[in-house]
Design a protein around this ligand. Structure first.
Ligand SMILES: [Zn+2]
Length: 306
């Protein structure tokens, strides 16, 4: 029985899956969809959050984006990025420049938390089915003391592929998507959004830069601007096609020590929560989806272009 102490809880090793389970009893007290008047993330209510760790100043005394420690932290390195002072702002309806500010905050806090974590995860939950507990637009950055089994396996797969084929697996996947264009949602000179060949959920979208590299936090300002515009367009297309579905956005990037690995490539993964995983998924870990990526990409491509 292997355990490790964990911020207010415990990590337990699952010998069957060779992966960690996080026991975080302190997370049970999280607020759920509090009213706007009681919102701890709106300006003027900062006494309800721990002191901020970072801010992108606005004009005058205000801020555009800020980071605060998560009061219901998963680890001692777990921050909330408050994406806008506006309670009703959203990535899908903001300007490209505002979304770029949010991505810039993700890069900054990723770099800040990285030295003391095995891996830093950056994610955004939208809608109750995706695990949201507060409506004010926010995302999260958390440093974990261990590598998950999924991360270890992906590292090994990417490394082996690069050794055997002399190129990144991610480059081949992008090339396959570009070859006939049927799974392309959006493309410009800097970034491509496409539906993965073997998706994990219906309407999943990957956003990748043409110039692949391992570390999201090292992406240039130009790449971040292009990625932000693409992410906003994809989320707006999901909203117009599917009526504001719940989704998760995850930054897939190199864990600590692999920032320059030639076999890795960062990407953004957008996973709508349209279907509830059922028994077959639980028994096998195999995703079952009812919409092909060729179909979802065609719909989203039309919506992005509209
Ligand atoms: Zn608010």
């Amino acid at each position: 029985m292997t355990t490790r102490p964990w911020h207010g809880g415990e990590l337990r090793w699952n010998a069957e899956t060779e992966d960690w389970t996080i026991l975080a009893p302190g997370r049970g007290g999280r607020p759920h969809r509090v009213t706007r008047a009681a919102c701890p993330f709106c300006p003027g209510t900062s006494q309800d959050t721990p002191p901020e760790t970072w801010r992108l100043p606005g004009d005058g005394p205000g801020w555009r984006v800020r980071a605060v420690p998560n009061r219901y932290a998963l680890s001692d390195k777990h921050e909330i990025v408050i994406e806008s002072p506006r309670h009703d702002w959203d990535l899908a309806t903001g300007t490209d420049a505002e979304v770029a500010d949010v991505l810039g905050a993700w890069q900054h806090r990723h770099r800040a938390l990285r030295p003391s974590a095995a891996q830093v995860v950056v994610f955004r939950n939208h809608g109750p089915a995706a695990g949201i507990s507060l409506d004010h637009p926010h995302s999260q950055v958390a440093g974990l003391p261990v590598l998950s089994a999924g991360t270890r396996r992906e590292l090994e797969t990417a490394r082996t592929h690069h050794r055997d084929h002399g190129r990144r697996l991610a480059d081949e996947q992008l090339e396959a998507a570009l070859s006939d264009g049927k799974r392309i949602v959006f493309a410009d000179d800097h970034v491509v959004a496409y539906a993965p060949f073997a998706q994990v959920a219906a309407y999943e979208v990957r956003i990748v830069p043409h110039r692949a590299h391992a570390d999201f936090a090292a992406a240039t300002a130009e790449e971040i601007r292009a990625t932000a515009g693409c992410l906003r367009a994809v989320l707006a297309a999901l909203r117009s096609e599917l009526g504001d579905p719940a989704y998760n956005v995850v930054v897939r990037t190199a864990p600590r020590g692999y920032e320059s690995a030639p076999f890795l490539a960062w990407s953004l993964q957008v996973v709508p929560r349209l279907e509830i995983p059922a028994g077959l998924e639980l028994a096998t870990g195999v995703p079952v989806t009812t919409v092909t990526p060729e179909h979802s990409a065609a719909r989203l491509r039309t919506a992005v272009a509209a």
